[in-house]
Write a protein that binds this ligand. Structure first.
Ligand SMILES: NC(=O)c1ccc[n+]([C@@H]2O[C@H](COP(=O)([O-])OP(=O)(O)OC[C@H]3O[C@@H](n4cnc5c(N)ncnc54)[C@H](O)[C@@H]3O)[C@@H](O)[C@H]2O)c1
Length: 273
């Protein structure tokens, strides 16, 4: 059985994976800045600040595969993004290389490509268009994964997660929702699929209103089970109470695109795909 490290284990996704992963990977090691308050005696935990490579090396020692969720998970001040997501991701990949880790699943984000319009269906071959410093850090993480895959042979799967949760939360999330067990299926592809070297997929469930072409994920064996459309009527009714946001509603990244936006919106709307 491989020994798997889950970084960011104290976060929102980490809390869900701590329940779902142990039956699949009994030898699971958790890491975060500090132990989750509800850590059980059967869980192994190693504290590590990602920007401190000595701490990251301790967490990665003896590990076969990493699920890298740790980092700052929304837009934030540059120093925070730099330390947690840029230096932190570098330290994680570099420590993993030194430790002989074979696979890394990187939690990328839809915000790496947030500035595509919702009217355009994009696959994973498109250029990145980050909508935030956070999105830039995720594009950096994808580049880092490609470097460690092609240069050092670590199999890497970058999952551009849409929005994870028990249910989609609004109209935008009907297009990008990812249900917990579907995330686990993607993670298993990243850690177990034979011959995987470097892949980028979208982390979404079976969403009828998707604006992503996730055929690469399906070629790799992904068969999402959850369907956002089952929640559509209820979500669309509730959406009527949410104030329209011209920029955020136009682009895939939503409010991340609208925040600090200072460009010519009419010009951007006319750009050809
Ligand atoms: N939740 C989503 O729907 C979603 C969507 C797209 C991408 N993602 C990505 O998935 C990952 C997990 O998301 P989440 O929603 O659980 O986020 P979260 O913020 O709940 O959890 C992130 C965890 O990382 C830890 N962390 C932050 N800075 C750190 C540092 N310097 N050193 C060590 N640990 C640090 C935090 O303590 C936290 O527990 C993140 O990388 C996020 O960017 C999440």
């Amino acid at each position: 059985m491989p020994r798997i490290l889950l970084t960011g284990a104290g976060g929102g996704i980490g809390a869900r994976l701590r329940k779902l992963l142990p039956p699949i990977y009994p030898d699971l090691v958790l890491s975060d800045l500090k132990a989750p308050a509800d850590l059980t005696p059967s869980e192994k935990f190693v504290a590590a600040e990602l920007s401190d490579i000595a701490q990251v090396k301790k967490a990665v020692a003896g590990i076969d595969g990493v699920i890298h969720l740790g980092g700052f998970s929304v837009e934030g001040p540059w120093d925070t993004i730099l330390n947690a997501n840029i230096i932190g991701a570098y330290n994680l990949f570099e420590a993993a290389r030194e430790a002989g880790v074979k696979r890394i699943v990187f939690a990328s984000s839809n915000h790496a490509v947030g500035f595509y319009p919702r009217s355009q269906t994009i696959d994973t071959q498109v250029q990145v268009r980050p909508d935030s410093r956070y999105g830039v850090s995720k594009a950096f993480g994808e580049a880092l994964a490609a470097f460690y895959a092609f240069k050092f042979g670590i199999g890497c799967l970058c999952i551009r997660i849409g929005n994870l949760g028990e249910r989609p939360l609004d109209e935008r999330r009907l297009s990008i929702w990812l249900e917990n067990s579907d995330l686990v299926s993607l993670i298993r592809i990243g850690l177990e699929r034979e011959g995987l070297l470097y892949e980028v997929v979208y982390g979404m469930s079976d969403n009828k209103r998707a604006w992503w072409d996730n055929s690469r994920a399906r070629e790799l064996g992904y068969l999402p089970k959850a369907r956002s459309e089952d929640f559509a009527a209820e979500i669309l009714a509730a959406q009527k109470n949410i104030k329209p946001d011209p920029v955020g509603d136009f682009f895939q990244g939503g409010t991340f695109c609208a925040d600090e936006f200072a460009n010519d919106f009419d010009m951007l709307k006319k750009l050809k795909p």
